[in-house]
Design a protein around this ligand. Structure first.
Ligand SMILES: O=C[C@H](O)[C@H](O)[C@H](O)COP(=O)(O)O
Length: 231
């Protein structure tokens, strides 16, 4: 499975993250290659007797969890989630994230909002001094509104492309489209988030602000933990 140093770093971060899980908790399962390492580790712990219930953030994650016999529950059956372990495409020193590279940002943001302790796992390449330069900001839109939203994004100083996959428009699990928006260096994520949230037809954007409680970064042969607040 581990083919490169970044895979090793993802694995290290994921292994550390699962140590936060306690018996009886409701666990949010993120989406992506880093979250997958944590899900596989949770599967091993479940086989050894750990009792948890899990809420997946995508069909792919649900399928992986089910294949490992991790019990799945409906997101509407609980009022909160104890711990979620998820990845990120970028994060900065303020623990502001860009997510959505895999197109799962909407369910990921809902799950993060329901979560008491959101743990982000990442390899060291995801840590950036300037958000938005290396990775474009994913924006989920209702297809009917895509041209309108693109014009509004232009008005905010960004350019964007409709995401394609295998020559076709990428459709999210909610039936929406993703715009990958380039704002250059996102100097004021709060302000941009606020402006984006006001656009009709824009369902969700990939800026996660004040949602991460802990970021665990794999760095070489070790992992490093950054915590936003004590709990
Ligand atoms: O939509 C996808 C998610 O936001 C992922 O958590 C993000 O893209 C990071 O994925 P990976 O761990 O594969 O780099």
């Amino acid at each position: 499975m581990e083919t490169s140093s970044s895979e090793k770093e993802k694995h290290l971060a994921a292994m550390k993250a699962v140590t936060y899980i306690k018996n009886g908790q409701v666990i949010g399962l993120g989406t992506g290659s880093t979250a997958d390492y944590a899900i596989r580790e949770i599967g091993k712990l479940v086989q050894k007797g750990l009792q948890i219930k899990a809420i997946p953030t995508s069909k792919k994650t649900q399928e992986l969890a089910e294949s490992l016999d991790i019990p799945i529950i409906d997101s509407n059956s609980v009022d909160y989630i104890d711990i979620t372990i998820d990845g990120a495409d970028e994060f900065n020193e303020d623990m502001v994230l860009i997510k959505g590279g895999g197109g799962a940002l909407l369910r990921e943001k809902i799950v993060a909002s329901m979560t008491r302790k959101q743990i982000i796992v990442a390899d060291s390449s995801k840590q950036v001094a300037k958000l938005g330069l290396a990775f474009k900001l994913p924006i989920e839109v209702i297809p009917f509104a895509s041209n309108y939203v693109m014009n509004q994004v232009r008005g905010l100083g960004g350019t964007c492309d409709i995401r394609h996959q295998s020559g076709k428009i990428f459709v999210t699990e909610q039936g929406n489209w993703i715009l990958d928006a380039n704002f250059g260096h996102i100097k004021d994520p709060q302000s941009l988030s606020h402006s984006l949230n006001k656009i009709s037809g824009l369902v969700c954007h990939g800026l996660f602000i004040d949602l991460a409680d802990i970021v665990i970064i794999g760095r070489g042969n070790e992992e490093e933990t950054i915590a936003r607040k004590l709990s």
